[in-house]
Design a protein around this ligand. Structure first.
Ligand code: MN
Ligand code: MN
Length: 281
C-alpha cells in the first residue's frame, strides 16, 4: 500500500514535469498562417463550399461558392509588404477553386454599376509584382458601390497604410454580410454591408500580447452610392456588433476575457488622429 502510494506520487511528479516541459518546449501553436494570427472567424475549411478556406501567401479568405464572393478576407499588413510594384490590374478568375465550380470572371461585373472592389487592396501588396497580382484574383473581389469603394473605403485603406508605414503591424479582416441583389445572372451576390476589423500592434507582437489597450478599429459600411465624401469614422462600430450581425467569432485566438473587453469598445475618433512625426507649423 505504502509502496504504491509512493509510486503514484512519482508518477504524478513525472507527468507534471512532462506537461510543464512540453508546454515550455512546444508552446501551443495558435496559428499556422500569419494572416490568420487572430483566428479563423467562421471556422472556414475545405469541406463547406460556402465557407471554403483559401490560403495564399498574400492572404487567407473564406469563399462563398453560391455567392461568388468571399465571406471575409484576412491579412497582415506591415512595411515589408509595401514597395514600388505597380498596380497589375490583371483581374482574373482564381484557378485554385475546385473544378466544376463557377469561376467568377472580370466581365461578370461589366456594366453592373458596381466596381470590382478589392478586399485586400492592390496597394497593400506592392512589395513585388507577384504579390500585387494576387490581389486581382476574383476571389478577393466583391461588387462594391463606387462611392463606397472610391470614397471613404479608399481613405480608410490609405489610413491603414500610413499606420503600417509608421512601423505598426496591422491584422485586418474585411468581409461582407447581407444581400441587396445579384449581378452576372445571379452568379455574383451584391452584399448589403461591408465591414472591416483592424488590430494595430507594435511590430512582431504575438496574439498573446493583445490587451485591453490594444488599438482595434471596426467599421461597418453600407454598400451604396451617394455618400462618397463621408468620413470613414462615421461608420465606426464595435467588434461585438459585427459578430452579432455575421455570427462570426473574431479574435478567437485572444483569451476570452480580453476579447470581451476589446470587442465591446468603439474606437474614439480622437484616438485615431495620426500622430505626425514631421509636423510643421
Ligand atoms: Mn477598393
Ligand atoms: Mn470574438
Amino acid at each position: 500500500m505504502f509502496a504504491s502510494k509512493k509510486f503514484l506520487i512519482l508518477l504524478i511528479t513525472l507527468l507534471l514535469t512532462l506537461t510543464v516541459g512540453c508546454t515550455i518546449l512546444f508552446p501551443k501553436q495558435v496559428a499556422t498562417n500569419p494572416h490568420l494570427a487572430f483566428g479563423n472567424p467562421s471556422n472556414a475549411s475545405k469541406t463547406d463550399p460556402n465557407n471554403y478556406l483559401i490560403e495564399k501567401p498574400q492572404y487567407v479568405l473564406s469563399y462563398n461558392r453560391d455567392k461568388g464572393i468571399p465571406n471575409w478576407v484576412s491579412w497582415e499588413l506591415n512595411q515589408s509588404w509595401l514597395g514600388e510594384a505597380p498596380r497589375s490590374n490583371n483581374f482574373r478568375p482564381d484557378d485554385t477553386l475546385p473544378e466544376g465550380w463557377y469561376h467568377v470572371a472580370p466581365n461578370d461585373y461589366t456594366k453592373s454599376g458596381f466596381d470590382k472592389g478589392h478586399m485586400v487592396p492592390s496597394a497593400d501588396r506592392s512589395n513585388n509584382p507577384e504579390n500585387n497580382a494576387a490581389t486581382f484574383l476574383m476571389t478577393n473581389i466583391i461588387p462594391q458601390a463606387p462611392d463606397n469603394n472610391q470614397g471613404y473605403w479608399a481613405r480608410l485603406e490609405d489610413y491603414e497604410r500610413t499606420l503600417a508605414n509608421q512601423g505598426n503591424e496591422l491584422h485586418i479582416i474585411s468581409g461582407v454580410y447581407g444581400e441587396k441583389g445579384t449581378i452576372a445572372q445571379g452568379k455574383v451576390s451584391i452584399p448589403a454591408r461591408i465591414f472591416k476589423i483592424i488590430v494595430v500592434t507594435p511590430p512582431n507582437e504575438s496574439v498573446n500580447s493583445i490587451n485591453e489597450f490594444t488599438r482595434i478599429i471596426a467599421v461597418d459600411t453600407p454598400n451604396i452610392n451617394g455618400n462618397r465624401d463621408a468620413d470613414w469614422t462615421e461608420f465606426l462600430t464595435s467588434v461585438d456588433a459585427i459578430e452579432k450581425e455575421t455570427g462570426y467569432d473574431f479574435l478567437s485566438h485572444v483569451n476570452p476575457s480580453t476579447q470581451n473587453i476589446v470587442e465591446s469598445k468603439i474606437a474614439q475618433v480622437t484616438d485615431l488622429k495620426l500622430k505626425s512625426r514631421t509636423r510643421k507649423k
